[in-house]
Design a protein around this ligand. Structure first.
Ligand code: PAF
Length: 290
């Protein structure tokens, strides 16, 4: 596995692969790799001849400097995971290579996709994500890029951007990987205390309770949100940031749930912000409701 730290180097590597008739898959990450990332790398290896993983904690998508500061850095472990998974190249740029002095260009996806859910509490977050993903795509020049469905809003923002700007990259959105007890895998889970880890389970549990109510015929969004909120706030004492039901067609908030809606939520546990969602009427989450 090769490691590159400048856009010019990784671009030259991709060019070589393409000259040899190979397709290049790309998994952008901020490091602290877990099984969710492993599943993205596996999907990329299965579909493409060569795979690039980027590891870059992108400052422009953090609205909170402390969150950026506390983001886990586990580069040695990450490189081991990439080697074992069969990755051909890792791209680990320095901040000043990505955002040199005088940097002044940003990519902004506007409208329904970026006016709700995570965008409200994290102003500028999706602008930072869209900007860095554009820069990473320009450096890596992949054929196919892989994102996790856990960050649903991010995946939709990136898909919109790729289509609007004719970027010519195929976007694959891969299923959320969960711990056996239902907690969605996230690099942030490492920052939870033992007690916090237990409390965090209220998020998938509350989502699954709402999903069961939907399966039993409940179609009022507020009632479904209330079920989730009760489980988080009242039963577990977890702070809810938001809970909303949105349609996947149009990403509008809905009062009455019809087909293709998700209940999405963010909550704070141990001051760590966790997000998750459930496709109402979709498969049950592996949680205990006893
Ligand atoms: O999902 C992430 O880890 C990041 O938002 C991404 C896509 C690597 C951009 O920094």
């Amino acid at each position: 596995m090769q490691q590159f730290s400048t856009p010019a180097e990784i671009r030259a590597w991709t060019r070589e692969q393409r000259k040899a008739g190979k397709t290049v898959g790309f998994v952008p990450t901020m490091g602290a790799l877990h099984d969710g990332h492993r599943s993205l790398i596996a999907a990329a290896c299965a579909e493409c001849d060569e795979v690039v993983v980027s590891i870059f904690v992108n400052p422009t998508q953090f609205d909170n400097p402390e969150d950026l500061e506390n983001y886990p850095n586990m580069l040695a472990d990450d490189l081991g995971i990439c080697t074992a998974a069969g990755v051909g190249a890792v791209f680990t740029p320095d901040r000043d290579k990505m955002y040199p002095n005088g940097y002044a260009t940003f990519v902004d996806v506007v409208g329904n996709l970026t006016d709700k859910l995570c965008a409200v509490a994290r102003p500028g977050h999706f602008r930072g994500v869209a900007t860095v993903v554009t820069k990473l795509f320009n450096a890596v020049v992949p054929d196919v890029a892989f994102f996790g469905q856990k960050d649903l809003q991010q995946a939709l923002v990136i898909s919109r951007m790729v289509s609007d700007l004719d970027m010519g990259v195929e976007v694959r959105v891969c299923p959320t990987v969960r711990e056996p007890d239902g907690l969605a895998m996230s690099s942030r889970n490492r920052r939870l205390s033992e007690e916090g880890r237990e409390k965090a389970l209220a998020l998938p549990r509350g989502l699954e309770m709402a999903n069961q109510a939907y399966a039993a015929g409940e179609r009022d969004s507020n009632k479904l949100i209330e079920i989730l909120a009760m489980e988080l706030l009242v039963h577990t004492g977890v702070d809810l940031d938001y809970a909303q039901v949105v349609s996947l067609t149009g990403f509008e908030e809905v009062d009455e749930v019809k087909d293709s809606c998700v209940l999405a939520a963010a909550a704070f546990v141990d001051e760590v912000r966790l997000i998750d969602h459930i496709h109402l009427g979709g498969p049950a989450l592996p949680v205990s409701l006893d």
